[in-house]
Design a protein around this ligand. Structure first.
Ligand SMILES: NC(=O)c1ccc[n+]([C@@H]2O[C@H](COP(=O)([O-])OP(=O)(O)OC[C@H]3O[C@@H](n4cnc5c(N)ncnc54)[C@H](O)[C@@H]3O)[C@@H](O)[C@H]2O)c1
Length: 253
């Protein structure tokens, strides 16, 4: 018996990185998983790599576009037979100091993180409220607390926390739990790209990042997957509106 037997989970930005790690964990625990990502073929390819007996699919969609999101949710419900868990994970960075940050840098980041989470949560809640059951896990970041060069990303990630608290209040009476995870440094293509931008070797960047937390190692997608699976499980049904920092103690001071 897996914790997610008979459950259907949609995870955005799950063709790679943290999202794929979470998709793997949900599938291992019995869920039928829809990997939603920008490129349909990359999403479908990732879905073929998921473990478990349940059916998994890949769906191409831009989370910032309502037509894409509504069509994706319709497809998931039709092909996988329902919807019980949503993880709003898709993300991008457009880092720059404020004086160099363009309007486009701001809009792209807001659109993917905040509007994306809004559109998918809204589409999912219709199903969740009707069936009086649902779990939403949003992905924030330690950068929500402030990070040089990330005014757009920090605002979006702290926005995610307010969004999470508000949905928890609105949807709690309908059997829906809404929580967020704020990862610290996780070794993925996103942080590898940051290393390249800073002209640092990937291993050196990871080593330096590990020095800035209590456990002296970087995080991996599996670390976030474990927390996401707990928050999406029925063991966490009395937890809602919370942001869990999964950062090796990086924000302890
Ligand atoms: N890696 C870290 O250290 C870290 C730390 C804190 C928070 N996060 C957050 O975790 C999430 C996942 O990050 P990651 O490190 O796995 O990044 P990643 O770049 O490896 O993966 C992001 C995925 O999101 C997809 N995506 C981007 N825009 C999209 C859109 N409009 N619609 C659908 N999919 C889209 C990409 O195609 C990609 O597959 C992001 O929200 C990120 O901000 C990451």
């Amino acid at each position: 018996m897996g914790r997610f037997d008979g459950r259907v989970a949609v995870i955005t930005g799950a063709a790679r990185g943290i999202g794929f790690g979470a998709a793997t964990r949900f599938a291992e625990e019995g869920a039928s998983v829809a990997i939603l990502d920008l490129d349909e073929s990359a999403a479908a390819e990732a879905a073929t790599k998921l473990p478990g007996e349940a059916k998994h699919i890949g769906v191409g969609a831009n989370v910032g576009r309502s037509a894409d999101v509504d069509a994706a949710v319709g497809r998931v419900v039709e092909e996988l037979g329902g919807l019980h868990i949503v993880m709003n994970n898709a993300g991008v960075t457009r880092d720059n100091l404020l004086f160099k940050m363009t309007e486009d840098d701001w809009d792209v980041v807001m659109n993917v993180h905040l509007k994306g989470a809004f559109l998918l949560s809204k589409a999912a809640q219709a199903h969740f409220v009707a069936q009086k059951y649902g779990k939403i896990v949003n992905v924030s970041s330690t950068s929500a607390l402030g990070n040089r060069g990330q005014a757009n990303y920090s605002a979006a990630k702290m926005g995610i926390q307010g969004f999470t608290r508000t949905l928890a209040i609105e949807l709690g009476p309908f059997g829906v739990n809404v929580n967020a995870i704020a990862p610290g440094f996780i070794a993925t293509e996103m942080t590898d790209a940051t290393a390249a931008r800073l002209k640092l070797d990937v291993d050196e960047f990871r080593r330096l990042s590990a020095e800035h937390n209590a456990v002296k190692r970087v995080g991996h997608p599996e670390d976030i997957a474990a927390a996401a699976a707990f928050l999406a499980s029925d063991e966490a049904s009395y937890i809602t509106g919370q942001t869990l920092y999964v950062d090796g103690g990086a924000t302890l001071g």
